[in-house]
Design a protein around this ligand. Sequence first.
Ligand code: NAP
Length: 484
Amino acid sequence: MVSRVIPVDPFDLVVFGGTGDLARRKILPALFRRFCAGQMGANARVIGAARADMDDAGYRSFVSDAIAEFDPDAARHKDHLDSFLANVSYVVLDAKGDAGWDKLAATVQKGRVHAYYFSVGPGLFGDLAQRLHTYGMADANSRIVVEKPFGHDLASARDLNRVLAQHFDEHQVYRIDHYLGKETVQNLMAVRFGNMLFEPLWNSQYVDHIQITVAESVGVGGRGDYYDRAGAMRDMMQNHLMQLLCLIAMEPPAKFDPDAVRDEKLKVIRALDPVAPDNVVRGQYEADGDAPDYRTQVETPDSRTESFVALKAHISNWRWAGTPFYLRTGKRLKDRASEIAVVFKEAPHSIFGAEAGRHRNILTIKLQPNEGIELGVTIKEPGPGGMRLLDVPLDMTFAEALGEDGPDFPDAYERLIMDVIRGNQTLFMRGDEVEAAWQWADPVIQVWEEGGETPIPYASGSAGPDDALMLMHRDGRRWREIKA
Ligand code: NAP
């Protein structure tokens, strides 16, 4: 299969925080991969900006090291490296002061797309927006890319939206949620809205419940400081899991355009019921062998921050009334596995008798580590011995379906950065969406904070606290196994 790469227009991308962890691990390797794929023209320029004292040559060597470490195909791509680096430069700059801004303004070329990637702590977003304006770099051709976390609660998200809106229109602001850049997440929309098969069944009459799991096997690692101030509810649930829920639950947009899609997602968030305290479970991981306890990895020894949260959500609209959505996410769980499972109801009557058992179709959208979609169907167990039923997966894993010559799937950051350059906001969160998501999450967090509630300890390598299992058991349902 021939890969269809559509080159983007020439652009200048300034990576504020160009020496940071995210730039090193994700942004710079993603740009290089798009360059190798022929999507970035030879005249596209990447400008790193941070306070560290470095010249262009020093930064090129930093970028080259980042690519060697984090582009899995770096060896295959080595012939492209010099031409990519030729258009990489660096400006020493302080987001909070005036140093470096004149130089940056002189470096950025007028008359082409300018994208400014805010890969710095959220405390600097306002400073950057304001200085881009002051130094004449906020014009009709500019876009800003804002990393998570977008606010800490509703009030701070509103403040941030207001600060950015002083200098940039909403159509210039790209709030990244890298889950939306995953191939499978977009394929979910293709499966839902490109086939007649699923959409008629996509409602509470046929769907028993939906499970969304984003499980990590690692702990907080070096991010303990940030994480302890956020917790799983803010770090994952309010944004990533909420976005996945929106894509599953939204009405078909009239067309696949940014505002049509985001209008439908917003309606879902606004239709969510408040989460009752007995429908939420929060946990914190304990030590296991060599793996340390959560509290030893953060600065507060008696931290009450959750590293796990599970909850049952209800959407009060015609499509979903009566169908619960069970969401869970956590660190130091059994496996690294993220998936959405749409669990259909059983057939109303089994013609095969009680011994054939009860069976359900489950549509599983796997997000990581392997992306793919699987539909569980019930068939007759082959061979003699009467009518015994068996559940088998119809596997739509892309790599297998499209064969070895299939296209390389760009990773989420590759796709999202190219969308920024193209000016396509479909896969980015709009300001009102983010605020609505905080409006839903805030009361849950407030109950914990006001009640001084301590998260339930859970064993590292487990599926989280037993209470999370009970959240489904008491409804006569069970979580799917956390398995890569
Ligand atoms: P980081 O490793 O701490 O890097 C921060 C960057 O900002 C550095 O390049 C730093 O360079 C620069 N910086 C700090 N103060 C500055 C100032 N006053 N003026 C100009 N530059 C300044 O952080 P990170 O992990 O890359 O994260 C960056 C952003 O992405 C954060 O908002 C984070 O929440 C978000 N994010 C990160 C990840 C991840 O995996 N790392 C994932 C999702 C979201 P100097 O100190 O040299 O100035």
